[in-house]
Design a protein around this ligand. Structure first.
Ligand code: ADP
Length: 162
């Protein structure tokens, strides 16, 4: 089985995430696990269970994708799932430095797991969770960037704050 993990914080899951994981699950891998990271240096808008739930809803039409939460070392979690590949997206040059460092470190931690990078479809190259949150906060229309469930959930969070 050709299995990959697609890790991230997904705060929240966007159409850019979906585009990437859908292409991977359709064209390359037998199975892709979207692994939603619990702990991160970043401050989250959504709780882990909310982020998992929104990613599940956004990918429910793709049969060989599963969503799970994790904490601890990604390579250990990948091992548990018998995944040999870590899938990540590379949007812009500024993503590269961090991704290069992470993949080199993951390789040191487990030499049997490879990192593979996909570039986004052109229409999503500018899209990030943080930009979507910023636009929603300012009352902008995010409907072409996220699923309807994410849109509703994010708008609720913004209302609570104001
Ligand atoms: P993290 O919290 O690890 O920084 P995210 O949860 O924001 O990452 O994203 C997870 C992965 O999806 C990363 O590899 C990121 O580069 C990729 N990604 C995010 N947005 C897009 C997009 N619009 N197109 C393609 N890949 C993306």
């Amino acid at each position: 089985m050709n299995i990959a993990v697609y890790p991230g914080t997904f705060d929240p899951f966007t159409n850019g995430h979906k585009d990437l994981v859908q292409r991977a699950a359709t064209n390359i891998f037998n199975k892709v696990y979207i692994c939603v990271a619990e702990s991160s240096k970043k401050e989250m808008v959504f709780s882990l269970s909310e982020r998992i739930d929104l990613a599940k809803k956004a990918t429910k039409d793709i049969s060989n994708i599963e969503v799970c939460g994790f904490n601890g070392l990604l390579v250990d979690f990948a091992d548990k799932l018998e995944a040999k590949v870590i899938l990540r997206g590379l949007r812009v040059v500024s993503d590269f430095e961090y991704e290069f460092q992470m993949s080199s470190m993951n390789k040191k931690l487990n030499k049997n797991i490879e990192s593979i990078f996909l570039t986004p479809s052109e229409s999503y190259s500018f899209l990030s969770s943080s930009l979507v949150k910023e636009i929603a906060n300012l009352g902008g229309d995010i409907s072409s960037f996220v699923s309807n469930d994410v849109k509703i959930a994010l708008e609720k969070k913004c209302k609570k704050k104001s």
